[in-house]
Design a protein around this ligand. Structure first.
Ligand code: CP
Length: 318
């Protein structure tokens, strides 16, 4: 594996899930694989889970780990081409990325959508410069359009908790005070459509995901109807794609509460975290025994370790 950006990079899902199971059972079985190899985790945006789980996964594999918070620790980086660099960004990604690639064997990067330019966000302007100029394998730790380490952990968590061969999984929009990117719901949809699940997306009108992510999923605008007989409820807020980056609703009737969970088949509650209590989900639901958000977050270490392990195996073959 030379890049990890979308569901297509993981290959066969059942093989990946089997590997995740082995990694979870024996996380230190490959603790010399990364000897004398260095991974850098580059953050343009904040993180708790992604930073810690990816760092831990790399350490489990015996790697050296560097963490760079671009906004605090480095020069501010320009990403546009052809600009006169007379502003507050003294270095261009065009030089910074290949330099980093000379020091490190794997680059992992987090760079969210800016909501300033839909085309630039959906063309993955920043991530693509890492892929083009790094000269080493690149892992997305959440880009403008996808969060593949999260989606892999989500699917693995569903696999661990499912009680039937083909569970009903519902992705529900929920209200939030700020405009959030579509990366998590996009990736979740991408992974669920490939998995053996009945997949339903529910959201208010105007919150349709980009067609490349929603096509093939069942869209149900009535949240109560969507929840009927669900085995997993995956809550998330996202800003509008059609009216790009806009908040069209803060309707708290979409908050996941006990009444709505009663419509389900005793569903497990999932969220990628961080979560706004009593906006996205009521205290009662997230604190209930059906909430699996902590196990879901713990599985981020597993998904990261499978991806880094595959990259190291590939590097050691070269
Ligand atoms: N779920 C997730 O990516 O969490 P962080 O933003 O804390 O990394």
């Amino acid at each position: 594996m030379k890049r990890y950006l979308t569901v297509d990079d993981i290959g066969d899902l059942s093989q990946a899930l089997q590997e995740a199971k082995e990694v979870k059972r024996t996380p230190y079985a490959w603790d010399t694989l990364g000897k004398n190899k260095t991974i850098i985790l580059i953050f343009f945006n904040s993180s708790l889970r992604t930073r810690l789980s990816t760092q831990k996964a790399a350490m489990n594999l015996g790697m050296n780990v560097i963490v760079l918070d671009v906004n605090k620790d480095g020069w501010k980086l320009e990403s546009e081409f052809g600009v006169i660099m007379d502003g507050d960004k003294p270095e261009h990604l065009r030089e910074a990325v290949p330099v980093i690639g000379r020091y490190c064997d794997i680059i992992a990067v987090r760079s969210f959508a800016t909501f300033e330019d839909k085309k630039a966000d959906y063309e993955e302007n920043i991530l693509n410069q890492f892929i083009e100029f790094a000269g080493v394998p690149v892992i997305s730790m959440e880009s403008a359009t996808r969060h593949p380490l999260q989606a892999f952990a989500d699917l693995f968590t569903i696999e661990e908790y499912k009680t039937k061969a083909r569970p009903k999984v519902v992705l529900t929009w929920a209200p939030h005070p700020r405009a959030l990117p579509q990366a998590v719901p996009n990736s979740f949809a991408e992974w669920m459509k490939k998995a053996d699940v009945e997949f339903v997306i529910t959201h208010p009108k105007g919150y349709e995901l980009a067609p490349e992510f929603s096509n093939g999923a069942t869209i149900e605008y009535d949240q109560n109807k969507a929840f009927e007989n669900a085995d997993f409820i995956y809550a998330k807020n996202w800003a509008s794609y059609s009216e790009y980056g806009q908040i069209l609703s803060k309707d708290r009737s979409w908050t996941v509460d006990e009444e709505k969970m009663k419509l389900t088949n005793n569903a497990k509650f999932m969220h990628c975290l961080p979560v706004r209590r009593n906006m996205i989900v009521s205290d009662e639901v997230i604190d209930s025994e059906n909430s699996i958000v902590i196990d879901e977050a713990a599985n981020r270490e597993v998904s990261a370790q499978v991806v880094i392990k595959r990259m190291l195996e590939n590097l050691n073959q070269d």
